[in-house]
Design a protein around this ligand. Structure first.
Ligand code: ADP
Length: 492
């Protein structure tokens, strides 16, 4: 199998680097997102150049016009110059900002060192590795998962995967490694790390959540029926819920999730840059739809908080949000959930705290999610939490009695309708608290324009080149109507 490394040039191949607009007659004919070529299977790697050489690295194209490259040779040059090994496409949006010779990727001879890969910047236009400018004539080691950007730090065009880095997949189950390439760490949670991964056949980026068994479970506390629970959770299908794609068990548990590139809502709500009321409403509507779907499918989230609401876009304010970490107790048993809940009670409903104190009756049900959503909405609208420890009253006491304060100069800018919804969700008595269904019918959320925008975003996310590609989807509302049947199916 031969590996073509040169990208196709536009119809009139020019080396001058002058504007390419003359060669592009109609922008309409251009695909907005190029489908990424599929990655060869494990067995195929190494036959890269037909000479039996093994690929030592792989560059995943992150931007339209940048195809993947399997690195087999010791060196590759990148740029607009047709003599480069990897020629930038004229159709790429970044074409104007790139140099004829932009950078080189070099693999140190394994016999001379540890076989490290380097990037050498050859351009005055700027080459960035993980956000740092390298500088013309300088080089930097390319670690597994390194992101390469051109001209500006956020113009990411490649993610480097070091195929010789054994550490990257140490301890990972082989079935996981067969299907996914594991890349850099995205973040660390209470129970382990979350890594960036690539599905080999589709090049789709995924998040791989590693649940450290030693950290999260006491001896003999292994949750049972994990596989059955995963099968149930894999059927959960809603545009506002993180899709669980796969699950593996090895040294640890590995949950493959849909990747959310926008990070946590937590980072968007801190004062003074709090969310506008309009954006808060847009996100909150989606959270309600997600939780409504979970409840209809017999799942109570129980750990709703800003950190578990992930955004699809790092830049667009009006974007899809997704709720994560649902079904945790089903997947990992009560002990893991309790471990999370042992942290700060910021979002915990009063009835959970009463239960903690040993109340004989009550326990808690779906209403706990409505309370947590009330706390989230309060923070989105005001930029501060409704309950926080004071010398006069502990956080737990404040929650138990539902004592929160609306600081006037902040809430003066918030509509009465929004404030009314917050009050009705932060109702101490779970029986009187609004249900998710009732919250969706609250006057504040009767906003047709907002619902239309949401539907448009969902449809866009479901177009052929989106990460949701290939999954047949109904309209969101139809799916919600369908849920009782689905709920029965899921519970079978
Ligand atoms: P916790 O256990 O504290 O809930 P997680 O393990 O879920 O935390 O997440 C740890 C980090 O990984 C967080 O910073 C989170 O934003 C990130 N993360 C988790 N899931 C995803 C995902 N699906 N896409 C992108 N980032 C994610």
């Amino acid at each position: 199998m031969s590996h073509e490394v040169k990208a196709e040039e536009g119809p009139s191949s020019s080396t001058s680097g002058s504007s390419s607009s003359a060669t592009v007659s109609s922008v309409d004919t251009l695909p907005t997102q190029e489908p990424l070529p599929s990655i060869p299977e494990e067995g195929e790697i190494g036959e890269g150049n037909g000479q039996g050489l093994k690929a030592w690295g792989r560059l995943f194209g992150l931007s339209p016009g940048f195809h993947n490259l399997d690195c087999v040779n010791a060196e590759y040059s990148f740029g607009r110059d047709p003599n480069c090994d990897y020629v930038f496409q004229r159709l790429s949006e970044l074409y104007q900002q790139t140099s004829k010779k932009h950078f080189r990727v070099i693999r140190e001879e394994p016999g001379l060192g540890v076989g490290v890969a380097y990037l050498e910047d050859q351009s005055a236009n700027g080459t960035f590795v993980n956000g740092t400018l390298i500088g013309k004539g300088k080089k930097t080691p390319l670690a597994n998962g390194a992101e390469i950007a051109l001209a500006l730090p956020f113009n990411k065009v490649f993610c480097f995967c070091d195929l010789m880095d054994n550490n990257q997949s140490m301890g990972f189950p082989s079935a996981l490694k067969e299907k996914y390439l594991i890349s850099k760490t995205l973040g660390t949670g209470a129970c382990g790390e979350v890594k960036l991964g690539f599905e080999k056949t589709t090049c789709l980026k995924v998040a791989i959540k590693i649940i450290n068994k030693k950290k999260c479970f006491r001896e003999n506390d292994r949750p049972f029926n994990v596989e059955t629970e995963v099968e149930i959770l894999k059927k959960i299908d809603h545009p506002c819920l993180i899709k669980i794609k796969d699950f593996y068990e090895g040294e640890d548990f590995y949950i493959v999730l849909e990747l959310m590139e926008g990070g946590e809502l937590f980072y968007k709500v801190r004062r003074p840059a709090k969310l506008s009321e309009e954006t808060s409403k847009f996100y909150f509507y989606q959270m309600l739809l997600a939780v409504q779907y979970l409840h209809q499918n017999g799942i109570i989230h129980r750990d709703l908080k800003l950190e578990n609401i992930l955004l699809s876009s790092p830049s667009e304010e009006k974007c899809l949000i997704k709720v994560s970490d649902f079904g945790q107790s089903k997947l990992l048993g009560e002990s893991s959930l309790m471990q999370t809940l042992c942290g700060t009670p910021d979002y915990l409903a009063p009835e959970v705290l009463r239960f903690e104190l040993g109340a004989k009756e009550g326990g808690y049900g779906r209403a706990v999610d409505a309370w947590s959503l009330g706390v989230i909405l309060f923070i989105c609208l005001s930029g501060y939490p409704p309950f926080s420890e004071t010398p006069q009253k502990t956080l737990r006491d404040q929650i138990r009695t539902g004592s929160f304060t609306f600081i006037q100069e902040i809430w003066d800018h918030v509509s009465q309708e929004a404030l009314d919804l917050v009050r009705k969700l932060l109702e101490v008595d779970p029986i009187r608290r609004l249900t998710i269904q009732e919250a969706l019918h609250h006057p504040w959320l009767q906003d047709e324009e907002m619902k239309r925008t949401f539907q448009e975003l969902v449809s866009k996310a479901e177009t052929p080149n989106s990460p949701l590609k290939g999954r047949k989807r109904q309209r969101t509302e139809d799916r919600l109507v369908d849920t009782p049947t689905k709920a029965r199916k899921l519970q079978q």
